[in-house]
Ligand binder design. Structure first.
Ligand SMILES: [Fe+2]
Length: 300
């Protein structure tokens, strides 16, 4: 646990995540521009500070705080402030950021990799979609299974609907990844480093890497064996994102998403929560099987 002020490698005095739970860069509130746009800013500050605590090296932590502040602020203003429940909750990126910091730290990835993972976090879901989820498809498949026992025609109709939903989901995800990649490329090339405005926030190669990962980050949702196990950064980004439906905010996002005729699930009913968590775990087991089954280095 770190607290108080520390001297960064560049000579800049910054406050790092500490027991007071405040993170600042150059003495300014870390998400000051987000603060102008959202009442959620204080909460996002805390979530960023919490995520950064996973990074053990003080220089790396300060650098990642700067990258996170710039990218999260810019992506909030451009995209995430307008996110609707059909897509997800607005806290998504901040939860994924904390996951990404823990995973990249545990994997011993480089500072450059962590910078890319940070940019990925705040840009990967910038192209919002109405999501057809695995839980929605499973519900129709289970209804088909029951109907087939006494009404073959109805069962067949539900099977066809589930197949159509799976196809829709695949197309949605492809659009989402392509659009997200384009958005990230446009945004990241515009951002300057807060310590020196004449230097880019990310190197061109880091941006290219980030865009590549975004363009494939949901392929696992379509059953494709991607990313290759040897690509530890892409796997870390995928895992950070795929863990989202497990914590309460992620479960809530699924319960709030409108399903039939615009109705959302009941996010007060404990039964709905239990069922949603069970769905999330099934999906997570599927992705971990997909990642574990193929040989390291296999490409899609
Ligand atoms: Fe995501």
């Amino acid at each position: 646990m770190h607290g108080g002020r520390e001297r960064a490698g560049c000579g800049q005095t910054v406050r790092v995540p500490g027991e007071q739970g405040v993170t600042t860069v150059s003495g300014a509130p870390m998400l000051r521009r987000v603060g102008e746009a959202s009442p959620l800013a204080a909460r996002f500050d805390d979530m960023l500070a919490q995520g950064l605590q996973a990074v053990s090296d003080p220089f790396d932590r300060n650098e990642l705080a700067a990258v996170a502040a710039e990218v999260s602020s810019a992506s909030w203003k451009r995209w995430h402030a307008w996110r609707t429940p059909e897509d997800s909750r607005q806290e998504h990126e901040w939860v994924v950021f904390a996951n990404a910091m823990r995973i990249t730290q545990a994997e011993g990835l480089t500072l450059s990799d962590k910078r890319v993972a940070t940019a990925f976090t705040f840009c990967h879901d910038s192209f919002h979609i109405s999501r057809t989820t695995e839980a929605m498809i499973r519900a129709v498949e289970e209804a088909a299974e029951i109907a087939e026992r006494h009404d073959a025609a109805r069962g067949g109709e539900l099977r066809r609907r589930a197949a159509q939903m799976r196809q829709d989901k695949q197309q949605q995800r492809m659009r989402h990844m392509e659009g997200g990649g384009r958005n990230a490329e446009l945004l990241l090339h515009q951002l300057a480093h807060p310590e020196s405005r004449d230097r880019p926030l990310l190197e061109a190669e880091e941006i290219r890497r980030c865009v590549d990962i975004i363009k494939g980050h949901d392929l696992w949702e379509t059953g494709a064996p991607h990313p290759p196990g040897s690509d530890r950064l892409a796997v870390a980004c995928l895992e950070a994102d795929a863990l989202w439906p497990i914590p309460p905010l992620g479960v809530l996002a699924d319960l709030e998403r409108p399903v039939d005729e615009g109705r959302a699930g009941d996010f007060i009913d404990p039964g709905d929560w239990t069922m949603q968590v069970a769905h999330s775990l099934r999906t997570l087991h599927r992705v971990s099987r997909q990642l574990g089954e193929r040989p390291a280095g296999a490409v899609c």
